[in-house]
Ligand binder design. Structure first.
Ligand SMILES: Cc1ncc(COP(=O)(O)O)c(C=O)c1O
Length: 365
């Protein structure tokens, strides 16, 4: 069986370094907001080219804390509307709801699957105060266009960069292309921890200070609570592991891109619609997503031929039971995408033999 993502193999490369870091953590016993978190925050801010990084418990909290941070700073208020892509992972939308704001779902561009500037412009109303662009599947959204639009209308612009660690354009890297960005270090991500983890990056000191308070019970000093906060700190042990992995992120992204380029060159089956990709570093291929007409048939075929698959994501957020309040929305592009997409195996530890085997199976479909 060709695995979708071999997490054991991904992490095995670093077992020795993890063990050293684990032993050191036990020795230091500074488990909450210790020096590993401080080191990781400095290193990841530097990696993204942003002034600040604040570690959080996960990616959903990172998104929510950005929004709550700007509510605290008086730049957003309860009930304000926030534009999000309709075809995102549910966390993007949940963060808006958790912050007491109202999500406005916008159809994506059908070629890139990222938020469409044309649709943003069409759906814009003065009640909209912020946009969260999602770098879906590892591909940067059109941040230049969103920045221009946000400036014109005085909106806050955010990135959901949970799937795009290291993606870059001439403007900069994911995490440094908006007012603030949220990252997830969920184990399967391009930069994945050995458990949950997340971070916010920003160039705005007021937001950094606020999120540092919010994530830690509203407290700078122990038992002195300045604002109503939550408990959402990046675990110090996870930060130690992330420090080890961050060094290899660029090389791992290169391997993902090389596999993607091979798929694009060698998958020639007309029944498989390949992703549009211009070879730039704008895409770090968290997922290699193709479209197929008869997805159920294709799944059966892949399974019979021992190729693992996933769907990112099988049910669009507005059709989820949890978001019944959005079920009336008419989002034909999103619904069509969710019916046709399927992700092929891609990871920095896939062998050439495995890549070739996937290509052969897909071409024979
Ligand atoms: C696009 C996107 N946003 C947000 C998240 C939330 O991250 P987490 O699972 O760390 O809360 C994820 C990942 O799960 C994601 O893929």
């Amino acid at each position: 069986m060709i695995k979708f993502l071999d997490l054991h193999k991904i992490n095995k490369r670093f077992h020795k370094d993890y063990e050293t870091a684990f032993k050191q953590s036990l020795k230091d016993s500074h488990f909450i907001l210790g020096k590993n978190v401080l080191n990781f925050e400095a290193a990841f801010a530097n990696y993204c080219g942003a002034n600040y990084c604040i570690g959080t418990a996960n990616g959903l909290d990172a998104l929510t804390l950005i929004l709550k941070g700007y509510i605290h700073l008086g730049k957003l208020k309860k009930g304000d509307k926030v534009m999000v892509p309709a075809n995102t992972f549910i966390a993007t939308i949940l963060s808006v709801i958790h912050a007491g704001l109202e999500p406005v779902l916008v159809e994506p561009c059908k070629n890139t699957y990222t938020l469409s500037i044309t649709n943003v412009k069409q759906q814009f109303t003065p009640k909209i105060k912020a946009i969260i662009a999602v770098h879906l599947y590892g591909q940067l959204a059109d941040m230049e266009a969103f920045a221009e639009f946000s400036n014109t209308h005085n909106l806050l612009l955010f990135e959901d960069a949970a799937q795009a660690h290291g993606a870059e354009t001439s403007l900069g890297k994911a995490g440094n292309l908006s007012h603030a960005a949220a990252f997830s270090f969920y184990p399967s991500k391009n930069l994945g921890a050995l458990g949950d983890g997340g971070a916010v990056t920003t160039n705005h000191k007021d937001l950094e200070q606020t999120i540092k308070l919010l994530r830690n019970y509203g407290s700078k000093e122990k038992y002195n609570n300045e604002i109503i906060g939550v408990n959402s700190r990046l675990d110090d042990m996870q930060a130690a592991f992330l420090n080890i992995k961050l060094i290899h992120l660029d090389a791992d992204n290169e391997k993902r891109s090389a596999i993607a380029k091979t798929y694009l060159r060698e998958i020639t089956n007309p029944k498989i619609q390949l992703p549009k990709y211009n070879g730039s570093k704008k895409h770090v291929f968290y997922a290699f997503v193709v479209e197929v007409e008869d997805r159920d048939g294709f799944i059966k075929y892949l399974e019979a031929n021992a190729v693992a698959w996933l769907i990112h994501y099988p049910i669009p957020p507005h059709k989820q039971k949890a978001l019944a309040l959005l079920s009336h929305l008419n989002l034909p592009i999103t619904e069509k995408i969710h019916k046709r997409i399927i992700s092929l195996p891609i990871s920095p530890v896939m062998s050439i033999k495995e890549v070739q085997a996937v290509i052969k199976v897909v071409n024979n479909y």
